[in-house]
Design a protein around this ligand. Structure first.
Ligand code: PMP
Length: 429
């Protein structure tokens, strides 16, 4: 068997037996990528058999600065070896002081975002739950507007504003107090934007309770790399302002520079009332999340929304180091945009070689959409067999999503794109 044939022959049953015997059936990534991952550096992961993988998945957007980034690892190791406090609930700590000061100085102040910062628990879903709770508390209203194909997390509140029917079914109870509206281009440009939403808001017979908030992703990562136009985001902001509805931007996956600027909404020139951040905010893949909101919306009572893991100091250390390393000026954002253009050009060329395939995306979140959903999965598997990690997204998994670390070199980007071209040629052309 050639080395490539040996890789292609791998299946889930090659994993240590303990996975099947002990870990729940709910596991997923280890099924599609049946290898035991071991060492990771930058954009590369090595498994226990010594196979190397170029990572175009980046922890679903949690590793924008790559694996074990040495510039972040150094302060982390110093922190740990100094016996500095690791767990502290939301006590004041040196690491937290430094993070809050750095975030304010490098991110909020230069963007004129007068936000308060809440530590809601360490996951994206935690941030979304707290955003929804706060919007309801501030307005005294219960209903939330979400969008078709949105993804906001797996807890009940986050699930109620998520589109995917398989994930929603997992709730086991009715998911209520949320009303989906069409995301930008849902009707392929046929229906005027917000026609339906504005109409039912204004119509006393429309049957829509006055919403507390709208929750939106500027690019729907899990929903199929659907990119909202800037005009659409601007019109959404205006609509919310005019009708006194809070605007929540869920920047869990698209924030921290994924589309170029630190926040994905910056290019649209909008200022959301509430923002959720997680994934790459710690910079190192350590769990951490933030909920940001306008100062006047800070109506929480002390301890009203709490949680044991809201002060993970190692994450504060790497988060502050990431901001100081990459966000002192615009250079990193510009580099990301340039790399994004390179990726996009190549994807357009690949799409042109196959029937019914189109390229889509913004910045360093890009995708290839296939008419045949099975083709997208086949391309991801073919890429894995050639040493590239790629995930599918979209309601039918019809989109191959590219989410490389933003620090990936142009050579590595080109190498990954070569593998994608080959994988499309062998499995979907
Ligand atoms: N919001 C968005 C936009 C996401 O992409 C995700 C995760 N993919 C979440 C929320 C939930 O984050 P977590 O998995 O950390 O709960």
């Amino acid at each position: 068997m050639s080395p490539l044939d040996a890789l292609i022959a791998r299946s889930e049953s090659d994993l240590p037996e303990v996975y099947d015997h002990v870990e729940s059936e709910v596991r997923s990534y280890c099924r599609g990528w049946p290898a035991v991952m071991d060492v990771a550096e930058g954009s590369w992961i090595t498994d226990t058999d010594g196979n190397r993988y170029l990572d175009f998945f980046a922890g679903a957007g949690a590793l924008n600065y790559g694996h074990n980034n040495p510039l972040l690892k150094k302060p982390l190791l110093e922190y740990l070896s100094g016996n500095k406090i690791v767990h502290s609930l939301d006590m004041a700590t040196v690491a937290k002081t430094e993070f809050l000061r750095t975030f304010d100085e490098l991110i909020l102040t230069p963007r004129e975002l007068d936000y308060k910062v809440q530590f809601p628990g360490p996951t994206g879903a935690n941030a979304v739950e707290s955003a929804l709770k706060l919007a309801r508390k501030v307005t005294g209203r219960e209903s939330i507007i979400n969008f078709t194909n949105a993804f906001h997390g797996m807890t009940l509140g986050a699930l109620s504003v998520t589109g995917n029917s398989m994930k929603r079914a997992g709730a086991g109870i009715p998911l209520v107090h949320a009303t989906p509206m069409p995301y930008d281009n849902y009707f392929d440009g046929v229906t005027e934007d917000f026609h339906w939403f504005e109409r039912v808001l204004d119509d006393s017979g429309g049957g829509l309770n006055r919403p507390a908030a709208v929750i939106v992703e500027t690019v729907q990562g899990e929903g199929g790399v659907n990119v909202a136009r800037m005009e659409w985001l601007q019109a959404l902001e205006q609509l919310c302002r005019k009708r006194d509805i809070l605007l929540i931007v869920d920047d869990v996956q698209m924030g921290c520079g994924r589309t170029g600027p630190f926040f994905s909404f910056e290019e649209a020139g909008i200022k959301p009332d509430i923002v959720t951040l997680s994934k790459s905010i710690s910079g190192y893949g350590l769990p951490m999340a933030l909920t940001l909101f306008r100062r006047d919306l800070d109506v929480w009572s002390p301890g009203e929304h709490n949680g044991t893991f809201r002060g993970h100091n190692p994450a504060f250390v790497t988060a502050a180091a990431a901001l100081q390393t990459y966000w002192r000026d615009n250079q990193f954002a510009e580099e990301t945009k340039t790399k994004g253009k390179l990726v996009r050009e190549r994807l357009e060329a690949i799409a042109a070689t196959a029937n019914g395939v189109t390229a889509r995306g913004r910045g360093m979140v890009q995708g290839l959409k296939f008419e045949d959903a099975d083709a997208a999965s086949a391309v991801c598997r073919a890429a894995f067999d050639r040493g590239l990690l790629l995930e599918t997204s979209g309601p039918s998994d019809e989109v191959v999503k590219l989410l490389p670390p933003l620090t990936t070199s142009t050579d590595d980007l080109a190498a990954g794109l070569d593998i994608i071209a080959e994988s499309v040629a062998t499995s979907a052309a």
